[in-house]
Design a protein around this ligand. Structure first.
Ligand code: ATP
Ligand code: MG
Length: 400
């Protein structure tokens, strides 16, 4: 193993292998898409039973930093990607010595660190025309004293390892910020001004190894308790002008990084209509799951194409779509596990609704707030998709 392997074509004989760092649901849906194209897929993940491992052709159960496992993955696979953004960038760099790695470690490491990410977004603003929320980097107590007054009320977010609203505290004052910083054991944080959001959107962009890029239709997202609740495309609140600006920004950002693969960028739309860039995920994203059922090329098939140095697929949407995230709460009466009776969600009733596509991730241990699956409703009109989504929520006992 010394040089990068040559480019290849799908469905080749003998089979070509693609690798994934991480064994969660994003990896599982990637495995399904890549296998449908004829690839074999290997997954590296510490857990022995994991959603992607259940579907993969080969599961390497090892730590993300295990040098022997990394060499094995790189040796087997023509290209490797990551489904879990906190895979150490160093491991991706090690893989890159022997295999094509997309996205590259340098890109993933920007998205792993809110400080680097916000700095990068600010650098991109000349061409993207969007800025991150006003913020201050907090490395020590003195930085808290130096926070401008107009950043309060704000949100203190850890620079690293936050997801689904974890690692965030809302703070109204400098004293609250000081206490929250201490509670977070003084790890590097970002204090962000709390903005008056009208709604939230995300844009999936993809860039191929040939430098061509493509952008999916903009998605409107609703979060509950910091976790994505639903995604609607086309978004009922999104104007054509807002979509154009967000898509332009996403293409500017992905181009500036010379990124290869699928990238998701989250934006806030403020009450005055202005657009603010929040964060990016260097991989397919929960808000892009609608592409499986509603677009010509799903975000996972797109990732396989980009990794395999093949042309990007058509990103057009063929049907309006509403995606509902399925959390572990609905496996329990009143949505509260522990104290309440377990129950099986009424999938028979949900699947009787027109245009329903159920995706469960193979997790057999439902827990509150745990992402167990999603259902996407597609229909000839957005109104019909929304009506069926609302029926599913009623059936599953999810308040609207
Ligand atoms: P993800 O699961 O998307 O990775 P995360 O935990 O990394 O989430 P963010 O996306 O930064 O965190 O924030 C989670 C949610 O909190 C946002 O989707 C938004 O609803 C709200 N939020 C975050 N920052 C702000 C802000 N500056 N002003 C207002 N609301 C905010
Ligand atoms: Mg987010």
């Amino acid at each position: 193993m010394s040089e990068q392997k040559p480019p290849f074509v799908p469905s080749a004989t003998p089979p070509t292998w693609l690798g994934v760092m991480g064994g969660g649901q994003l990896g599982r849906m990637f495995v399904h898409a890549a296998q449908a194209m004829g690839f074999k897929v290997a997954v590296l993940e510490p857990a022995r039973d994991c959603p992607a491992g259940q579907a993969a052709d080969y599961l390497l159960s090892a730590s993300y930093t295990d040098p022997v496992a990394l060499n094995q993955l790189a040796g087997l696979c023509a290209a490797v990607t990551t489904e879990f953004e906190n895979v150490p960038a160093q491991s991706l760099a090690q893989l890159a010595a022997h295999s094509f790695v997309a996205p590259a470690a340098a890109n993933v490491s920007i998205a792993q660190d809110r400080v680097a990410e916000k700095r990068f977004f600010t650098e991109c603003a000349a061409t993207s025309h969007v800025l991150p929320a006003p913020h201050k980097v907090i490395e020590n107590e003195a930085d808290i004293d130096a926070i401008p007054d107009d950043l309060f009320p704000g949100i203190l977010k850890t620079a690293r390892l936050g997801y689904d609203g974890k690692g965030q505290v809302r703070v109204r004052s400098r004293d609250e910020a000081r206490k929250a910083f201490q509670d977070m054991r003084s790890v590097v944080c970002v204090l962000e001004k709390m903005l008056p959001l009208a709604y939230e959107v995300s844009v999936l962009a993809a860039r191929g190894a040939d430098g061509e890029s493509a952008v999916y239709p903009i998605a409107e997202n609703v979060h509950r308790d910091g976790i994505l609740f639903s995604t609607t495309v086309p978004g009922p609140n999104v104007s054509a002008e807002c979509a154009r600006r967000a898509q332009h920004a996403a293409l500017a950002i992905i181009g500036k990084m010379e990124y290869v693969g699928v990238l998701c960028i989250e934006f806030f739309v403020l009450q005055d209509g202005s657009l603010v860039v929040n964060e990016m995920a260097p991989r397919p994203h929960n808000s892009g799951h609608y592409t499986i059922d509603a677009c010509i090329t799903s975000q996972f098939a797109q990732q396989a194409r980009a990794m395999a140095k093949l042309p990007l697929g058509d990103v057009r949407q063929h049907s309006p779509a509403v995606m509902l995230n399925i959390l572990g709460d609905i496996w329990f009466e009143n949505g509260s596990p522990g104290s309440d009776m377990p129950r099986e969600p009424a999938w028979d009733k949900v699947l009787a609704l027109p245009g329903a596509n159920l995706h469960l991730y193979g997790k057999d241990d439902p827990r509150r707030g745990r992402k167990m699956g999603h259902v996407t409703f597609v229909a000839p009109t957005l109104t019909e998709a929304q009506e069926n989504f609302a029926c599913a929520c009623r059936i599953l006992g999810i308040p609207l």
